[in-house]
Write a protein that binds this ligand. Structure first.
Ligand code: DAT
Ligand code: MG
Length: 149
């Protein structure tokens, strides 16, 4: 089983989309193993977006991502990084396919509702940035025998 780090950004929280978005992953059969509500500190933003700190859009990105609380969560499942990235859709919502989260709920790249790790290595790094091991639960979902062959 693989884990991934997901985060509903301040626009998604303010627009009341937490439940809708989490439901999509739950209905797919993915297992929620951690979740918390938090305004990100500057240090955490720098660590999380380390690859983007020198990009021209970084200051705007930092202002947006710290403008209110985010909902941070971890889901677990087979091949979960690939599956959740597909469900999230392309970075720019103007180009995300209908049926994806960004395609259905957002319009512009600077407010694209949700973050999802882009590789298993990134997922491990991002989970460690945002969660302590004791904040993550291991359990068997009762429907797993009907989800995995
Ligand atoms: P993703 O969130 O799809 O992994 P990314 O890692 O390339 O995309 O970028 C991180 C976030 O930064 C992205 O969700 C929105 C913002 N961003 C990326 N490229 C941008 C750009 N050209 N202009 C404004 N914001 C941008
Ligand atoms: Mg990314």
């Amino acid at each position: 089983m693989e884990r991934t780090f997901l985060m509903i950004k301040p626009d998604g929280v303010q627009r009341g989309l937490i439940g809708e978005i989490i439901s999509r992953f739950e209905r797919k059969g993915l297992k929620l193993v951690a979740g918390k509500f938090e305004v990100l500190s500057e240090e955490r933003v720098m660590a999380h977006y380390a690859e983007h700190v020198n990009k021209p859009f970084f200051l705007g990105l930092k202002r947006y991502i710290t403008s209110g609380p985010c909902f941070l969560f971890v889901f677990e499942g087979k091949d979960i990084v690939r599956i959740t990235r597909e469900m999230i859709g392309a970075t720019n919502p103007a180009e995300s396919s209908p049926g994806t989260i960004r395609g259905d709920y957002a319009l512009e790249i600077g407010m694209n509702v949700i973050h999802g790790s882009d590789s298993p290595e990134t997922a491990s790094r991002e989970i460690a940035i945002h969660f302590t091991p004791d904040e993550i639960s291991s359990y068997v979902r009762i429907d797993e025998p009907y989800l995995y062959e």
